[in-house]
Design a protein around this ligand. Structure first.
Ligand SMILES: *Cc1c(COP(=O)(O)O)cnc(C)c1O
Length: 363
């Protein structure tokens, strides 16, 4: 009897055909593989996490007003017209709930490829058809082709994972103004980017901006993300999401993260990450490893030697993310045959150790 085959018989088609999402999690001393904050978490968040007076026996607030107000004040400074907020178990939850809210099985979701791996994954899980649009040759999104895909949902990610590239304002505005359906803008790396597009909420009732506490805020383990959009839109997403997705511990920590002291801490580390990224990219270039222009806390390095370099780093206890078979529309990815390393940026010591390992591996 083959038990797994029997279990498979009962599963939905969309689930049966899906591989388990499993980013490599090998043992290592320096982990540059997941773009988290390598300086840690804001001290006030750690204090909130260890608050001895906290209780666990009650449900968290269904929808905490103080959290909502703090999130708005932080993410929409100056205030655009009424914006609603939906929180979730990581922004993965916001993305997935948004797909489920607006995408009927069979509907199309269009996005520039390559992008965040959870999108094709979540699309398939929700029965949607992914429509992958190549990036423009200059590295920007191809706004016209995205709109022409006439999809129910158009997903934009800027800065984009795994390329690190940012889209232009003109392209963002074009998609938001002309897409037929919902535009889902993922700004997981907003805090590192020279430009964000949350202000476009003022121009569209069909735009949802997804953000997270997992990256710049250093709180990936607490699993908190949020979506911003017209109140009516956001409340639909919340309906599909279901209640109680943010634990009371996580909620307490997010409130601490949004205090001025924590935001200042976060901005300081984000600034360091950007500075180290520039320095690291220059050193990589000197080794003959050109990185794509990045607006985030990681660099994407297309290289035909991806496999060998990734193993050489791993032997030395350094974990980076290896991508193979990426779409080859960007000239640098065409040259590397679609292979690239994605390397997170942390304290300079770690970056120097990585550079030394790469130098050795290339010698
Ligand atoms: C890391 C990441 C997320 C966020 O994940 P969480 O579920 O909030 O931890 C979302 N989008 C992109 C593009 C990311 O890289």
């Amino acid at each position: 009897m083959n038990e797994s085959r029997d279990a498979n018989m009962f599963a939905r088609d969309s689930v049966r055909r899906l591989p388990q999402y499993r980013p490599g999690a090998e043992a290592c001393t320096i982990d540059l593989s997941d773009n988290t904050n390598l300086w840690g978490s804001p001290p006030a968040v750690l204090r909130a996490l260890h608050d001895p007076s906290a209780s666990a026996s009650r449900y968290p607030a269904f929808y905490s007003e103080p959290l909502r107000a703090s999130l708005l004040a932080y993410s929409v400074p100056g205030g655009v017209p009424p914006v609603g907020v939906v929180t979730g178990c990581g922004s993965d939850d916001i993305l997935d709930s948004t797909l489920r809210t607006f995408g009927e099985p069979g509907d199309r979701i269009a996005y520039s490829a390559p992008t965040f791996v959870m999108i094709p994954y979540s699309a398939r899980l929700n029965g949607l058809s992914p429509v992958e649009i190549p990036f423009a040759l200059n590295g920007d999104i191809d706004a016209e082709r995205l709109v022409d895909a006439d999809a129910k949902i158009t997903y934009l990610c800027s800065p984009n994972n795994p390329t690190g590239t940012a889209m232009s304002r003109a392209a963002a505005e074009y998609v938001v103004a002309n897409a037929r359906g919902i535009v889902l803008l993922d700004e997981a790396y907003a805090e590192f980017a020279p430009e964000v597009f949350v202000d476009l909420l003022a121009r569209s009732e069909r735009l949802i901006v997804a953000r997270t506490f997992s990256k710049a805020f250093g709180m990936a383990g607490l699993r908190v993300g949020y979506g911003l959009g017209a109140p009516a839109l956001v409340s639909l997403v919340e309906r599909a999401r279901g209640p109680y997705k943010v634990s009371s511990v996580a909620e307490r920590c997010v409130l601490a993260a949004l205090e001025a002291e924590s935001v200042a801490w976060m901005r300081e580390q984000a600034c360091r990450a950007v500075g180290n990224r520039m320095r690291f990219a220059e050193s990589l270039a000197a080794l003959g490893l050109g990185a794509l222009p990045s607006a985030a806390n990681f660099v994407c390095v297309p290289t035909v030697r991806g496999d060998a370099l990734c193993s050489a780093l791993q032997v030395r206890g350094i974990l980076v993310r290896l991508f193979k078979g990426l779409p080859q529309d960007l000239p640098d990815l065409a040259k590397s045959g679609g292979t690239a390393l994605r390397i997170g940026i942390g304290p300079w010591e770690q970056m120097q150790t990585t550079l030394d390992a790469l130098t050795e591996a290339l010698a």
